[in-house]
Write a protein that binds this ligand. Structure first.
Ligand SMILES: [Zn+2]
Length: 278
């Protein structure tokens, strides 16, 4: 080996080490930036400092329930937490502690679903909001990824508005995605927003690629509903064997990123231009 070769080899090794250090530092800074938004990762002095400028408390809400063979049981709460953190960074908010379970009673015939009652959900979120009111906060935003939590949480927020004069917003993320993304033309299937199918799996692929196993994804056609609009005593297991409705096989992280960015833009606009206005 010539001297020149050794030199060029050393140079490239040195470059790799330097690059590694830069990447490591950047990742650490990014992580710190995110961690500072979550109450559970702050010291009380960090919180004391942040409360001088932060206005909005962001509360994640979700569930632990069947989400198709390809997705984790915690899909709803995992996405709610991640979106809450991303949103908090954009609006200088604080992410509150939350429950990891929700009102998933119709899904309990699938193993792994852990359901709690709407009353328990309401009691916990109501007391968490009361605690932040005690600390001087009046603006609350719930990032809710589980449909059956929406109504109980709306009641909690309304009660807090009446009792304490809070101002609030709540977004049911999976019901919100059609509102903000359907016009973008990113979805390929007829019902992309059905439970655990194209849209939801795409969002999970973007936010938690390590937890999604696309080789297990399936296409489970949605049975036509003869009585649409009527709430019925039909178990989720009567509608699907796989725990998924629609086509989960066409999900991609790219579609998920577009959906997440678009939804976050709209939520950020709402918080800055409505929720935090006097
Ligand atoms: Zn759910």
């Amino acid at each position: 080996m010539s001297k020149k070769q050794v030199k060029s080899r050393n140079f490239s090794f040195g470059t790799i080490v330097a690059l590694y250090k830069v990447i490591k530092k950047t990742l650490r800074n990014e992580r710190r930036k995110t961690m500072e938004r979550k109450l559970r990762n702050m010291s009380w002095t960090d919180f004391e400092e942040l409360r001088k400028t932060a206005k909005t408390i962001i509360l994640p809400s979700g569930a632990c329930e069947v989400y198709g063979p390809q997705n984790p049981l915690g899909a709803d709460i995992l996405v709610a937490k991640k979106l809450s953190e991303m949103l908090a960074e954009r609006v200088n908010g604080i992410v509150a502690p939350c429950l990891e379970v929700g009102q998933s009673k119709s899904l309990t015939t699938f193993p792994g679903t852990i359901a709690i009652s709407a009353n328990t959900l309401k009691a916990v979120y109501s007391e968490i909001i009361d605690e932040f009111v005690r600390l001087g906060f009046t603006r609350f935003f719930i990032v809710n990824n589980h449909l059956h939590n929406t109504q109980p949480l709306t009641e909690v927020l309304e009660d807090a508005r009446i009792a304490h004069g809070i101002k609030y917003g709540q977004v049911g993320v999976w019901q919100y995605l059609p509102v903000v993304t359907d016009k973008l033309g990113i979805w390929e299937t007829e019902k992309p927003h059905a439970h655990a199918s194209e849209a939801q799996t795409s969002v999970l692929l973007h936010l938690y690629p390590e937890l999604v196993h696309m080789e297990k994804a399936v296409n489970t056609p949605i049975k036509p509903d003869r009585w649409p609009g009527i709430t019925k005593s039909i178990l989720y297991s009567e509608q699907t064997d796989s725990g998924l409705l629609g086509d989960g096989t066409v999900a991609t992280a790219e579609k998920g990123k577009i959906a997440v960015d678009t939804a976050l833009d709209a939520m950020e606009d709402f918080i800055k231009n409505y929720l935090e206005k006097e």
